[in-house]
Write a new protein. Sequence first.
Length: 546
Amino acid sequence: MRPGALIVLLVQALLTGVAVVMSVWTGMPAGASVGLGLLGVSAMATAVPPGVGRNWLGPWTSVGAWAGTLTVLGSLVLASTTRATLSSLLDGYYLGLAWIVAATVFPAACGKGRPSLKGGWRWLAMTWMMLGAWAWLGASYVGDRRGAFLAGLLVVVVLLVSCHFWFRLRTPVIVAVNTLILVIVGLPVLDLGIRWVSSLRADPDPGKQYYLYAVAQRDPAAFRRWWNYYMSQCHQAERQYLTADPDLVLSYRLRPNSRGHIVRSVFTINSRGFRGPEIPAEKGDAYRIVALGESTTFGMTLTPEDRPWPELLEDLIRDRLKPRRPVEVINAGVPGYVLGQNLHRFPTEILPLKPDLVISYHGINAFPDLRAAVPASLGTVLPPYKERPLRLLADAEYRLKLIWFRHRPAPRHNPRHGPPVNPMATPYARLYGQLIQLARTNHIRLALATYSMAVNRDSAPDLIKFYEQGYPSAKWQIQANLVHNAIVRQLAAQHPEVCLVNTQPHLDGEPDKFIDLVHFAPAGEQQMAETVFAALRPLLEEDLSR
């Protein structure tokens, strides 16, 4: 065997071993590992010199390679973990696997031999290169990496053009390949035009309140455009101000010293990881109030003038009580958090602030903890709009999701297994009990607030149906909120040191004060601040007069 052929054979053997080991390490089905091995051995067999069985072995090598390829793909489809495996193929680690296989097959496609056999190897090499290229496109598309996606499109175009030189294509195939090339080249150009046109068209104006039921009924198209824009802004903002939890206990945290924006509202996260201005290291004589909660405390503000209710509460205290000592209201709300996560933050983030008063405003995020007391709805959530490398494809994907969503089965209810659990025995109630104990142990005043939503059990059916577009389980969430608020009231009655803040008057069931089912519009933020201030006023007057 010539030295060059020997080197090619050794490289093929190395690549085959790497491919098999990668498949085993990543937990791919055993059939995939066997198929990769068969594919590699078949490719290496083409390097066998004439006179050592190559004449009779040649046709079978191509058959073995295609059999290995089909085994790999078939095992992925038929495996019990098909969904997890296929989704993981969008990782760059697996993209490398496809290109390794293509490199293993490539020498057989370019070597000497009968044209009929070489043509089969060329098709096989092209198949694996295309698999790698399209997987590359899929990974960059899902990850919204525009540069990588455009590079992947270029690779696909190069492979399609090379088909004209590698294969003798028939006229219908030539037309199909050329059409695909034009489509792939035209997509970025068309997307650039769409982005340019969109830049000329103003985004939905939050001042026109497209989120209100009355406005949406008059112009449903404007509401849908607003909702898509609002959801995309929320997801974009999350990437700006959220970061992974370094302790790997919480799924994420607010990124210190970061900025974010939602629609036209720009906000900052201070060095301690709270929304708002910097908090002095030394408390001094200040009276500190910590507002603990979810995104409804963090504030989904839409314009530069909008402010979350903790900031408005601080202004009310200063303007109406005119205290002789500084008053600081710290916004400790984190979007997506539940009460349990905020309890985990308490020793490391809340107690170091030395708060005099903690206000808890929790609700919808942990309603699943009430399923033992309330029949759980099995509805699905309205699919969010996700940013993609090409806006044209993102819009098409979202429209397909909406079509599926509108034709989904109506939400059902889980049958109860045995008698309903006492609400005070639910995980939600136990977590509130832990919060009360933490406040008592650390000599901190505690205020528990009931939760308010845009609709309640007295709301009109059409209004509830409107909010089900974004919250398909809205009817169940109304029932869960009744149980949640009953827990809060009962705990406040059992612990006289706890101040009850009933947020429902002038807020619950008043959709004009919400931008969706739970997040406050400017009028809602102001009403929430007024309600909290009215409930805490006697307590604050007593504390601040000392």
